[in-house]
Design a protein around this ligand. Sequence first.
Ligand code: FES
Length: 102
Amino acid sequence: MTKPNHHIFVCGSFRANGTPQGVCAKSGSGALMQYLEEELSNRGLGDVAISSTGCLKVCDRGPAVVVYPENWWFGHIDSEEAIDEVIDSIERGSPSPTHVIN
Ligand code: FES
């Protein structure tokens, strides 16, 4: 495997101290990961990796997604259309203003 050019981190709400799941997992971030993987494949973006993370500490704007190395943070990624905007951002080279967290 070659190193990815982009890495999408999807909040999975994991917390080391065992506190209850946060908003991202409850809002279906896990289910959206399958769509994200399929859509990246459909678009031929084999240089983009996906990982699930612990709580990203922006729970009030969850489900949250971060793209590196761009350091783009996106909130309210709760639909396939919102995922499309994240992928569009990578393809375009600039973050979607609709969901970006500044
Ligand atoms: S649970 Fe996702 S940001 Fe906290």
